[in-house]
Design a protein around this ligand. Structure first.
Ligand code: SF4
Length: 309
């Protein structure tokens, strides 16, 4: 299983590490050098060994063939570096604000999912968001996730978190770390959470999923979705991770909202945030600016993003 991926990204070339948001931009001649080493079975050039140590605290074996741990993505033309895949439009919730109407449990067969993933790989997709509906309810979720990982994609999962406790999912996310696991938070109490999702017991399922994922050491990013059900719980939603004894780290806020005339970005002034899309001033200029599902929610009053580690 690869530890690093090297790939073209639009007009650049990158080395990235699954499970890490940090990457290295390299010139085309170094990409060619890696390509040559991967094809010939040669060890990694010294600059990669040094860079991996600095960037990811990763000690690569100097004598080991680079292809043992580096997955080389062939350059694609045209370049579609990012993709968002609604793997299944069904969901185990029925949120008031959901943009999906019928929520039919429909998806491609596994054979067609595999074909689609290969098409995306061949089109140059490096960052793949798997979303839904609720992606983890799809019968082929873990197989699809594993294949996307094997094809060298940096995967973001957008989920409501209610199925993260399932051993098969935890095992996949532990063995093949995602670029990001983004979890929507719909309230800080069962009353508000279940009220919004219109599923009794959904808050308990969410808590079970979160606890299991945290126990397994899976870093997550939270999207706090504040609606009229939870407007008076916003502060509690922010405090909730700390109250559970979990640490929170740097925030990369991404305010998306539908209430006209109101800015909800805690970090950027209204002038830098418009049309529901983050300005460069509000978002880091890294792959971490991948859009999240919150952008499509209609009645969510505000959303902020936190990273749990
Ligand atoms: S908003 Fe998300 S969790 Fe809620 S019903 Fe829609 S897909 Fe499901």
């Amino acid at each position: 299983m690869h530890q690093l991926i090297t790939s073209r990204f639009l007009d650049d070339y990158l080395v990235v590490c699954p499970g890490s948001i940090a990457g290295i931009k390299i010139p085309v001649r170094q990409f060619a050098e890696l390509e040559q080493a991967a094809k010939s079975g040669a060890p990694a050039p010294s600059w990669l060994i040094k860079a991996a140590r600095q960037r990811w605290a990763m000690d690569l074996a100097p004598a080991s063939p680079v292809r043992n741990y580096l997955l080389l993505r062939e350059s694609a033309e045209p370049q579609y570096s990012r993709a968002s895949w609604e793997i299944n439009l069904g969901c185990n919730y029925d949120c008031e604000h959901c943009y999906l109407g019928l929520k039919k449990f429909e998806g491609l067969s596994m054979a067609d999912k595999a074909r689609l993933l290969h098409v995306m790989r061949d089109a140059g997709v490096l960052w793949l968001q798997i979303t839904g509906g609720e992606p983890t309810i799809d019968r082929d979720f873990t197989d699809s996730y594993a294949l996307a990982y094997e094809l060298g994609m940096m995967i973001t999962i957008s989920t409501n978190g209610s199925r993260l406790w399932q051993p098969k999912i935890l095992d996949a996310l532990t063995r093949m770390p995602a670029y990001r696991v983004v979890v929507s938070v719909y309230g800080a109490t069962a009353a508000s959470y279940d009220g919004l999702t219109r599923r009794r017991g959904s808050f308990a399922a969410f808590q079970k999923g979160m606890a299991a994922a945290l126990e397994a050491g899976i870093p997550m990013r939270l999207n706090l979705v504040v609606t009229e059900h939870s407007a008076d719980e916003e502060a509690a939603m922010w405090r909730w991770p700390s109250a559970g004894g979990w640490s929170t780290t740097a925030t990369s806020t991404c305010p998306r909202r539908s209430t006209a005339g109101t800015s909800h970005c805690p970090r950027s002034p209204p002038s830098t945030c418009g049309s529901g899309r983050c300005s460069p001033a509000a978002m880091p200029v890294t792959p971490s600016s991948t859009p999240t599902r919150t952008a499509r929610r209609r009645s969510a009053r505000s959303a902020a993003t936190r990273t749990w580690t």
